[in-house]
Design a binder for this molecule. Structure first.
Ligand code: MF3
Ligand code: CO
Ligand code: CO
Length: 278
C-alpha cells in the first residue's frame, strides 16, 4: 500500500526540531480575526453553491472576497497549488482542485479555505449539499460534523492529541463509517502547517500533551465505505479507493485553561447543512 505524505510542515528549523509554539493572548486575537474572516468567506458561498455552478467560479468568488478584505488565500502558490480553495466533490476526500466542471444536483462538496490576515492563518472547511442529496450523503455529513465536534470537545489541558483522535474514531466507527488515516489536522498560526499533527484516530493518552496556547486544526475526513485513499496523478486530489462518498469539516482552535476556543465559527450560524433556513 502506498502511503500518502501525512502532513506538511512549513516551520523550517526556525522554532527548533519538534517544538510546538505556545501562542499568547494577542496571537489568539489575531487568530480570531483570521478565523472569523475565513468562516465569513464560507458563509458568503452558501447562496452560490447550486447545480450548474463550477468549482472554479467558487474559487474566483473567494479570490475577490479575500482581496476586498485585505486577506491572502494561503493555498495560492502553496507548494505548487494555484487556487484559493480546495473543492472536494463526492468521493474526493480532500485537496480537490477547482475546475470547469459544474456541480450537479445531489453532489456533496467540501470547500476548504485558509485566509491569512495580518500574518495569522484561519483554516476552515464545511460540507455543502448541492440541491437535494441522497439520504446516505446527508447521514455522512451529519456523522462527520458530529465527529469533529466530539474531537473539539476532547480538547483541554492535560488531555493529549490521542484523546482527540480517539473521540473522533470511536464516534465515526460506531456509526459504521471509517476514518481517513493519510491526512491529519495540524498546528497553525504564523505558519499554515506547524506541529503538532492532529490524527483523527488513536488512543487516549497517546501523542502530545495539550497545553494552553497551542493552536491547531481538527479536520476529520470520514468515509461511508473503506478508509483507503489514493492521490490522483495531478499530485493533489485524494479520492476514496472504493469510490464511496467522503466528507470533512474543519475548525481552527486554540487551547485555553478550561478547554478551547474555536476561531472559525460561522458568523451566520451556518455550522452544518442545510444552511438555508426552512
Ligand atoms: N486547507 C488544507 C488544510 O486543511 C490544506 C490545503 S493545502 C493545498 O490543511 F495546497 F492543497 F491547498
Ligand atoms: Co487544515
Ligand atoms: Co483547510
Amino acid at each position: 500500500m502506498s502511503k500518502v505524505e501525512p502532513v506538511f510542515d512549513d516551520t523550517q528549523s526556525e522554532s527548533g526540531e519538534g517544538t510546538i509554539t505556545l501562542y499568547d493572548a494577542s496571537a489568539f486575537a489575531g487568530m480570531h480575526k483570521a478565523g472569523r474572516l475565513a468562516a465569513q468567506a464560507l458563509d458568503m458561498l452558501v447562496e452560490h453553491v447550486l447545480p450548474g455552478v463550477t468549482t472554479e467560479a467558487l474559487d474566483e468568488l473567494i479570490m475577490e472576497f479575500a482581496q476586498q478584505h485585505d486577506a491572502i488565500p494561503a493555498t495560492l502558490n502553496y507548494r505548487g497549488y494555484t487556487k484559493a480553495i480546495c473543492t472536494s466533490v463526492n468521493h474526493v476526500v480532500c485537496h480537490g482542485i477547482p475546475g470547469p466542471k459544474a456541480l450537479r444536483e445531489g453532489d456533496i462538496v467540501n470547500i476548504d479555505v485558509t485566509l491569512i490576515v495580518n500574518g495569522w492563518h484561519g483554516d476552515t472547511s464545511r460540507m455543502f449539499a448541492v440541491g437535494a442529496v441522497p439520504r446516505k450523503a446527508e447521514r455522512l455529513i451529519d456523522v462527520t460534523y458530529e465527529a469533529m465536534q466530539r474531537g473539539i470537545a476532547a480538547v483541554k489541558p492535560g488531555h493529549t492529541t490521542g484523546h482527540i483522535g480517539a473521540a473522533i474514531q470511536k464516534f465515526a466507527e460506531a456509526e459504521r463509517c471509517s476514518v481517513v488515516r493519510e491526512f491529519c489536522g495540524h498546528g497553525l498560526g504564523r505558519h499554515f502547517h506547524e506541529r503538532p499533527n492532529i490524527l483523527h484516530y488513536g488512543v487516549e493518552g497517546d501523542g502530545v500533551v495539550l497545553k494552553p496556547g497551542m493552536i491547531f486544526t481538527i479536520e476529520p475526513m470520514i468515509n461511508l465505505g473503506r478508509a483507503s485513499v489514493k492521490v490522483l496523478p495531478d499530485g493533489w486530489t485524494a479520492v476514496t479507493r472504493d469510490r464511496q462518498l467522503s466528507a470533512q469539516f474543519e475548525h481552527s482552535v486554540g487551547v485555553t485553561e478550561e478547554g478551547c476556543e474555536v476561531f472559525t465559527l460561522s458568523p451566520k450560524g451556518y455550522h452544518c447543512p442545510p444552511y438555508a433556513a426552512g
